[in-house]
Design a binder for this molecule. Structure first.
Ligand code: PEP
Length: 262
């Protein structure tokens, strides 16, 4: 049994392939001004497209005062190699130069639309960590898999593929996002009890390998999180925040989700 501990809540906005420069600037300005007080207690990260990372970096740098918590930047993807002839790709080193702190790896949209395997995702995880970026490893089952009672097997296999490649110690500097595929962008959310059950399964699995890491690692939930359902989800003992897609594109809604952490 893993004890609850003082993990700092993390809310990540995944902006996917959305936004013009004007929209991104406005969204970020609004999130910045609305979240100022929150940054003392929680961590907030936004993940714009690669193209908008520079803009977001400059905007955040121009606003941050000394000693104040800052909104973190995350990338939605990373390539496994540090440099080379990989047309269209971006390396972890390049992301680090733009002040990126987090990288999403293993998102179900990349597994599904870009045929990313567990092994390839594990390589991305390692490439991110090699440049001191914190990977947010997404795991989650499809609706068929849930209905076939395969949820536990699927998420643990996805996690184990990374542990096999990177080692359990690597999980010390990582975040796990449990994202049931059937809940992403569908308006359907896992119930707080369903989310808690999978989060606990993941934590107990880690506990068998390293109890210190299991207690410290943040496991966040993603899948149609909104201002109405966030509070109950985030109050579950093993849910340490959220990975938010659609609702992160609306500043007021996203701030309200961030406020649901207390
Ligand atoms: C996501 O893209 O990771 C996600 C959870 O999306 P949404 O919140 O729109 O379901």
């Amino acid at each position: 049994m893993v004890e609850e501990n003082m993990r700092r809540k993390l809310i990540v906005g995944n902006w996917k392939m959305h936004g013009s420069t004007d929209q991104i600037s406005q969204l970020l300005e609004e999130i910045e001004s609305g979240s100022e007080q929150l940054l003392e207690d929680i961590e907030i990260c936004v993940c714009p497209t690669y193209l908008h990372l520079g803009l977001a970096f400059d905007l955040l740098a121009s606003k941050s005062g000394a000693g104040r918590g800052q909104i973190k930047l995350g990338a939605q993807n990373v390539h496994v190699e540090p440099a080379g002839a990989f047309t269209g790709e971006v390396s972890a080193q390049m992301l680090a130069e733009y002040g990126v702190s987090y990288v999403i790896v293993g998102h179900s949209e990349r597994r599904q639309f870009f045929a990313e395997s567990d092994q390839f995702i594990a390589e991305k995880f390692r490439a991110a960590q090699a440049c001191r970026l914190t990977p947010i490893l997404c795991v989650g089952e499809s609706l068929d898999q849930r209905q076939d009672n395969e949820t536990e097997r699927v998420v643990l296999n996805q996690l184990d593929a990374v542990i096999a490649a990177a080692g359990i110690a690597a999980m010390k500097e990582a975040v796990i996002a449990y994202e049931p595929v059937w809940a992403i962008g569908t308006g359907e959310t896992a119930t707080p009890a369903q989310a808690q059950q999978v989060h606990r399964t993941l934590r107990e699995h880690l506990d068998r390998l390293d109890s210190v890491i299991a207690k410290a690692i943040r496991i966040i939930y993603g899948g149609s999180v909104n201002a109405a359902n966030a509070k109950e989800l985030f109050s579950q003992p093993d849910v340490d925040g959220g990975l938010v897609g659609g609702a992160s594109l609306e500043a007021e809604e996203f701030i309200s989700i961030c406020k649901s952490t207390d």
